[in-house]
Design a protein. Structure first.
Length: 275
């Protein structure tokens, strides 16, 4: 893996952990970090060994602890100090720049899990929503504070939030700028699971292992079917699924999985190799 200034990548078997590390800015996203994210995700997607990507925030200084706190901030937002000088064209360019790696998180063949440790505000909430699955530590805080700054969400927040939690709840969060705690985020469907903060990464890695135990090509095709069919009318979406169902039925992994289930020639082990 390449070295990055504001990111850290660790690979453990079929799982990669990508940490956003700007501790002095609570891991806020600036242009440099967004460019690095784009490069890192391209590198990860090209790696056939990686089946699941866990995205998280690196440690940030906590005065109460007198040292680095791994649970203080996931991503505290976009970098306001950079955005302050934007005019309309510059702001639009910044939003479109972020959309590139955010769509990579959404559409890359690997499953993406956001392990949300602490603040997930503005761009932090938005990047977590670009991931397939969100697991939050019990101290996680989610919010879209942009209207209180005289702007609106610019990294997909008005669109992804409504799709995840419904239009009414999305409007409430965006219009009031009120932050919500992890348990409320779980209640409204913004996150899949809430765990004690010390269990966040073990829980994310345990979920990654469950996913990796299945046929990776089938998982990636299922991901594409969900993403691409979501905004279709049901008739065309079911036809899309049928087409992809046909594709996966002509693979080595299908023969492995069904052969083991039926104990063909006494075989019970599955050797999935497609990706």
């Amino acid at each position: 893996m390449s070295d990055y200034k504001n990111l850290k990548i660790e690979q453990d078997g079929a799982t990669a952990v990508l940490s956003i590390c700007r501790p002095k800015a609570l891991n806020a996203l600036n242009s440099e970090t967004i460019d690095e994210l784009n490069d890192a995700l391209t590198e990860i997607e090209a790696n056939d060994e990686i089946k699941v990507l866990i995205l998280t925030g690196g440690p940030c200084f906590n005065k109460k602890l007198g040292g680095d706190d791994p649970y203080r901030s996931f991503v505290a937002g976009a970098d306001i100090s950079e955005m302050y000088g934007f005019d309309a064209p510059a702001a639009r360019k910044f939003g479109m720049k972020a959309s590139v790696p955010f769509f990579k998180l959404m559409n890359m063949r690997q499953v993406t899990i956001a392990a949300v440790n602490g603040f997930a505000l503005g761009g932090g909430c938005e990047i977590s929503m670009a991931c397939d699955i969100r697991i939050a530590s019990e101290n996680a805080i989610f919010g879209q504070p942009e209207c209180g700054l005289g702007i609106i969400p610019g990294f997909g927040g008005t669109q992804r939030l409504a799709r995840l939690v419904g239009m009414g709840r999305a409007k409430e969060m965006i219009f009031t700028c009120e932050n919500i705690k992890a348990d409320e985020a779980y209640r409204i469907g913004l996150v899949n699971k809430v765990v004690p903060k010390e269990e966040l990464m073990p829980a994310a890695k345990a979920m990654a292992e469950k996913i990796e135990a299945n046929a990776s090509y089938a998982v990636s095709v299922a991901k594409a079917a969900i993403n691409n069919g979501y905004d279709m009318d049901i008739k065309n979406a079911v036809e899309l699924e049928a087409n992809l169902f046909g594709v996966v039925n002509d693979t080595h992994d299908k023969k492995e999985g069904m052969g083991a289930f039926l104990k063909i020639d006494g075989k019970t082990d599955k050797n999935f190799t497609d990706f």
